[in-house]
Design a protein around this ligand. Sequence first.
Ligand code: ARG
Ligand code: ZN
Length: 795
Amino acid sequence: MAATDKPVEKFRKDYKPSPYLISTVHLDFQLNEESTLVQSKLRIVPNHAESSPVSLFLNGHADVVLESIRVNGADLEASHYAADAQGLTIKSGLPSGEWDLEIATRIKPQENTSLEGLYRSGGMFCSQCEAEGFRHITYFLDRPDVMAKYTSRIEADKAKYPVLLSNGNLVDQGDLEGGRHFTVWEDPFVKPCYLFALVAGDLAVQEDTFRTMSGKDVALRIYTDAHNTSKVAFAMQSLKRAMKWDEETFGLEYDLDLFNIVAVDDFNMGAMENKSLNLFNSRLVLATPDTATDADFGRIEGVVGHEYFHNWTGNRVTCRDWFQLTLKEGLTVYRDQEFSADLNSRGVKRVEDVARLRAAQFPEDAGPLAHAIRPDSVIKMDNFYTATVYEKGAEVVRLYEALLGRAGFRAGLDLYFARHDGGAVTCDDFRAAMADASGADLGGLEGWYARAGTPRVEVGVEHDAGAGTLTVTATQAPPVLTAREGGVTTAGQAMLRQAVLRLEHQRQTWVFERVPARPVPSVLRGFSAPVRLTFKAHALALPDLAELVPEVPGADPLLLHHVREAAARALAAALRPELERAARDNSDPPGAPYEFEAGACARRALKNAALGALARLGGEGVTQDLLARFRAATNMTDEAAALAALDRIGGKVRQEALDAFYAKWKHEPLVLLKWIAMQAASNLPGNTAAVRTLMQHEAVKLSNPNTCYSLFLAFARSPVNFHAADGSGYEFMADSVLQIDQINHQVAARMVGVFNSWRNYDAERGALMTAALRRMASANGISANVYEIVTKALP
Ligand code: ARG
Ligand code: ZN
């Protein structure tokens, strides 16, 4: 265990307001190649709600070297303070009332491979402070309920770093001696330090403007490496649509004169909503039809929306403490889901979201890391950016909408902003605003915040032809307030009756009158997928292995895989003429332009699902057709799908296609992620050795999180190789976790997650997986991130 990173469990119930607040922050960054000097001047304000404190503790990190410390302009004597790897304590010599604290620290961003705090990616300096990254930059009250006004000055070499950005408005800039220059940024809104951002680099910019509903022009800028400027048009269009949608849907207007997005290659997560300076993983900004698939475009639109929507749900109103993370994430996911639904096909979007919930969140909620959307205890907050906090959190927000209706939901949100703008609040504050605006009793929703696990709901329906009544009975365990639109249709016909069923007890009954013929009930509408034309591609897919495994106690993943493959092959053989027709009828004529549009996406999805199924049948005709499609493809959706189908055929054509793909795309790292993932996930027997070899390939950079996810998380999806009966797949994965943990704790912790499901498998595999977990747990120097996941997964 690294002594600097002691795994300490923190509890939600222990929350206490900070004894000190900070009203203003002046930061000064001297960026240099060897190290960076950070000077911060903080206006410290005692939090009078608390009894008078004697000492002040500021969070820090082992990477931060203290250079000097001054109180009200005078050097503080060494006897008054102590600094260690956890932080800086000012034990004595504190003035009363408000006072100025000046701290100078030195950090080395170029050695920072954890990608939290200030670090280098490519040739630029960039930052990631959520959740607790700011303490890697300077000593600070690194908690979201300490909100201050920031002024940031950045100084760097002008030739190497012509672009210097931070939050808020640019208020000053100029040239300095020795080829250096500076900018000064002022953010007029109070914010917690996790929303601070800094970027310095040689970046190209694409500009646009948006006129807000009150007539203000906002400058929109997307910064990338010069060779990627041609790939930001779609992200820019998504941003403008998001701004408009938030005005129309929630009356929420942007609040500054500029909005910046910067694409960063080395980024742990998807993106980050720093005030007016969003930082994005490159893969969620850069897209052209020939380099990105329909799914990539959809994700970009959703995430650009998500980060923009955080400006109100997250930034203007933030979280009091990190246990409340779902307050901003669940709500903002709900908002981005609605945004994508309004822009595309609402039905398809809902099917995708529910499929993701079932595939990722349900297993998490049934596994060793199950937690409520508002967790009770945490070791490393970064481990809690989960499907539960995000996606289940969004479903809980959807419950408010179902219970209150659209107008009631909007009224609740309006009251939430009226009450809490500029504040750091809790999930209870959100529920109170929702309830108070509508007078509804929402106490029954508390259970969703307090308990982990997926409640089971069973619905029974009885039709009495004589009386003309339909009785719907629902039972649930454990009881919690749920509401779903329910309805009844006559078979194959239009909706007869629709109602919101409010379920809050263990057993409830509803009686519908005047229902003459036996109807088809459709409860949980919008949660289950009604199959219509646009759903055909989804209907073609068999359930994922990840969804099948939990259904089979003591599953042998290999056996299940072979059974699933055989079923898929039999299905393809039986449906061959239909599949051939679907592939033919939905193919674009040569030269047709690519369009990211719901109908076109649905046609491509159906065609490619049909081709994937036909590939299972193999044969010369299918192979030649796929090769021709692979070579002629004019968009990445079709090209990647053809490659995946050829991968399924295997043998010489597979290798030739992979080689051709590499030769064509070797200068596009984002496209190569697909190439890496496809090889890593292969079910060719003995592929583990090939993946070890792939790790040495020049396209594989293990310091890049995207590469690790494409390599290792994809490998773990291979039942044949990850779950090899001799344990070699688990060995490889454990070795890799320990190797990556030396570089990046957050990425390594995500990789450990693939062992969480060990209880679902047969005894032999369960034993091998727990042995791998034990080996990681007892390795020297593991991070607190990995420690938390490993120890919770072990019995
Ligand atoms: N707030 C970001 C988002 O959802 C996620 C940042 C998470 N970062 C982290 N290191 N845990 O948009
Ligand atoms: Zn978010």
